[in-house]
Design a protein around this ligand. Sequence first.
Ligand SMILES: *Cc1c(COP(=O)(O)O)cnc(C)c1O
Length: 376
Amino acid sequence: MRPLQMVDTRTQYLKIKPAVDAAVLKVMESSQFIGGKVVNDFAANLAAYNQVKHVIPCANGTDALQISMMALDLKPGDEVITPSFTYIATVEAAALLHLQPVFTEVDKHTFCMDADAMEKAITPKTKAIIPVHLYGHAAEMEKIMAIAKKYGLFVIEDNAQAIGCEYTFRDGSVKKTGSIGHIGCTSFYPSKNLGAFGDGGAIFTNDDALAEKLKKIASHGQSKKYYHDMVGCNSRLDALQAAILDVKLTHLDEYTDARRKAADFYDKAFASNQKITTPFRAAYSKHVFHQYTLILNEVDRDGLNNYLAEKGIPSMIYYPVPCHKQKMFDTFGGSSYQLPVTDWLTERVISLPMHTELDEEQQASIVSNILSYINR
Ligand SMILES: *Cc1c(COP(=O)(O)O)cnc(C)c1O
């Protein structure tokens, strides 16, 4: 059996090596490393894939979120509502920009922003909402967009874990996540569903004026070379990463299918176990399984984690400390929040190996070891 890893980017690379290597060599021979046709072509192909008018490539997903918030003309102290049960990057940029992060609760089943709790957190200072499509499952966007419209708020989707995910509206229409809010952000960190061979990110929008502004901010506030209209930053996706991503984009749907197939295998294997809750799949969301995350019911999680590690099976806790309890947010009032669902989930979740290269022998071994620990 091949050794088990949380993600296996190497085997994935070896399967498409000739195309990736050729694309990389081509960039090296052209020596156009920053900007240019390769980056523009990738942005256009990604826009077509994600059914969105504009894609602004940038250096990473965290920058994508920061640039998005910079484009909304927010003032210090303006409030941005995000779930606490997410990766720190969702929230960090808000604090960096002297905005006030407001932490809200997640739904116990989908792990994503609870729209009713979010609405209760809205104040006259609220300006933006950042739902996160955590683990590859969509947040309830139809409800979130309706609330945002009612209060005149911007919505920035954190789509870093859900590229390829689709959302089905009540009228039957379907949109890709990242194209539903005013702005969508994604990451090409190597372990993400569309991963580069280094850092990368992108911003999505259907709004022409916002697109111009986002592009400007990512490029030193520049309207034309050496003319700077506003304070921006330097955030670029380099041509080597764009070339690699352009090749991988053509495989993204098959990668998603492989993840979903692996998830089906796990689902079936754990279906009848009282101590394990397998990931919920809401009817409105296609799940793209960035992570495969179980909720453990009355199981010693550390004990299971150690037991699996001894057998050579990795497992991870995403995330061991929710944002509102991070020291970083002490001065933002983080410790004053009561988020029982977030705390409950934080104590019980465990993520299993999930990637495009898992085979059934590997999965059977993961499952049997988990069950032998749990049923002993
Ligand atoms: C990975 C990730 C980010 C940040 O992306 P980077 O490219 O690592 O900066 C933001 N939000 C979520 C939910 C993520 O998983």
